[in-house]
Design a binder for this molecule. Structure first.
Ligand code: SF4
Length: 493
């Protein structure tokens, strides 16, 4: 019996951050696709990433196809010596490795450690764990974009500069095509395996297509280079804009290799800060990336642990119990006339990805207004998006987007009418609805839906001072009852 430990790495731990040079075990489990609806391109991405890593590791690594993680991790033939893990990124995996008595190293791949976060959160009420405060303190602690104890540029956040609508009259931002990998024999083998699973009755979400996202360390570095060279400058100003002819716009799509562990967030931060310091990138773009990585991304990771394993199941502050419409699960945009929603569902069906504003202000907004069940919606986001890890969706969907935790993650429900979508996109021009209308044949379901939502949840949000103004508007609405009745009759979107 060998004394060298065997380190099991999950599919979220595939980069150099997680490799200290010893023997590595990788596990490929197709049973999860039977249990949890998963986008076909997400399944493809994960399997390619595991197999590419195994090929890179050569004799030092082993990849096995298994039906149950527990069986594999207790099999002495697969795990010679002690089982070692870097604390894995889901409640289920952490529970399992503790039950098995594995040697557990602290989690990696984030900027703030779990003990640092626990110290920060200690003594604060759940509603005082706000992201802005956390982000400021991480900036101060790490010195990132700081000078003489002050934030570079005189303020911590340039979010207010990052809300430009899409350029008028243009069909896209006019940037080069987004970086895309060249597929190889591993992609072909994975595609054949997924075809075989489909033939056996496994139902994936969305459509197959060429792989769009980085699945190896080399691809992740190429995607980072490409983003810095072609998109970083436009990222900040157009961060919140949406265009029918340009789904990527200036977004990096680096959440995918980051969530596979192929890049460390500080690598990306160092790179974009160096671009700012060399005078090649504007501060509002660079600070926007820094805030997303050392602020938001780390914050939702820590909240996943801090809020506990039953956070999603127990959170439904607005009593939202409508099941998700079947066409959301089919990712079929043709089932709805709302152009913004139809386009976004089709985009996700085709790529397993959309940037944060269609996620929050179209999909999340529609679900919030229509009262879709937040736990089902979270499972949907997790399965349908290529970057949907178990830890990333609860705080984003349950907390930020659906306000189902009653105000831990977001200070108010993120509901908006059609005016927001009209201002920040070119969707409304080709829609049969009118974003200015709340009543009638062509009443916008987001504009009317906003008022119907406020009407429904008024008793639950009356005490929220940030909702005082919208609720005052609701009370002044002369046609309130007709709008509510119209939206009740319209039903799910
Ligand atoms: Fe969406 Fe309303 Fe605009 Fe149509 S009019 S695209 S439904 S916001």
């Amino acid at each position: 019996m060998t004394s060298e430990p065997t380190r099991w790495l999950t599919a979220e731990q595939l980069g150099p951050t997680f490799d200290d040079g010893g023997r590595i075990l990788l596990l490929e489990n197709h049973e999860v696709f039977r249990r949890r609806p998963t986008h076909r391109q997400k399944a493809h991405l994960y399997l390619v990433a595991l197999r590419q890593r195994a090929r890179e590791l050569g004799d030092r690594g082993a990849l096995h196809r298994v039906r149950r993680y527990r069986d594999a991790l207790t099999d002495a033939a697969l795990v010679p010596g002690e089982l070692e893990v870097i604390d894995p990124p889901s409640w289920a995996a952490r529970r399992l490795v503790r039950e098995l008595g594995a040697s557990i190293l602290p989690a990696r791949g984030f900027v703030t450690g779990e003990e640092q976060f626990a110290a920060w959160a200690a003594g604060r009420k759940p509603t005082q764990l706000v992201m802005d405060r956390f982000y400021r303190e991480v900036r101060e602690r790490t010195g990132i974009l700081m000078q003489g104890g002050q934030p570079v540029g005189g303020q911590f956040s340039f979010d207010a500069d990052n809300r430009q609508p899409p350029p008028k009259g243009a069909v896209s931002l006019g940037l080069p095509d987004a970086w895309q990998p060249v597929e190889d024999d591993i992609d072909a083998a994975v595609r054949a395996d997924l075809d075989a699973l489909e033939a056996q009755g496994v139902r994936f979400l969305g459509r197959d297509g060429p792989r769009r996202f980085a699945a190896t360390r080399a691809e992740a570095l190429a995607a980072l280079d490409d983003f810095v060279a072609t998109r970083l400058g436009d990222f900040g100003p157009f961060e919140d804009a949406m265009m029918l002819g340009d789904d990527t716009m200036a977004h990096s799509r680096l959440s995918v290799p980051l969530n596979l562990g192929l890049l460390h967030p500080l690598e990306v931060v160092d790179r974009v800060v160096a671009e700012y310091e060399a005078g090649r990138a504007p501060l509002n773009s660079v600070e926007g990336i820094v805030r997303q990585l050392i602020g938001w991304r780390d914050w939702v990771w820590h909240l996943y642990w801090h809020l506990g394993p039953d956070y999603t199941r127990r959170s439904n502050a607005l009593a939202a119990h409508q099941p998700l419409p079947a066409h959301w699960w089919r990712l079929d945009g043709s089932a709805t006339d709302a152009r913004c929603l139809s386009h976004t569902l089709d985009t996700v069906g085709g790529a397993g990805w959309a940037h944060h504003i269609p996620r929050l202000m179209v999909l999340g907004n529609a679900a919030l207004q229509r009262g879709y069940d937040p736990a089902e919606l979270t499972a949907w986001f997790q399965g349908a998006f290529v970057d949907g890890t178990p830890w990333v969706m609860p705080a984003n969907v349950v907390g930020m987007s659906q306000w189902a935790d009653g105000g831990v993650v977001a200070t108010k429900p993120y509901a908006a009418g059609g005016a927001y979508i009209q201002r920040m996109s070119d969707y409304c021009g080709s829609c049969r609805f009118d974003p200015k209308k709340r009543l009638g044949e062509d009443a916008c379901p987001f504009t009317a839906g906003y008022w119907a939502f406020l009407d429904r949840v008024e008793p639950s949000i009356r005490g929220n001072h940030r909702m005082a103004q919208p609720l005052a508007g609701l009370r002044r609405l002369a046609d309130r009852e007709q709008v509510v009745e119209q939206e009740r009759a319209r039903g799910p979107l």
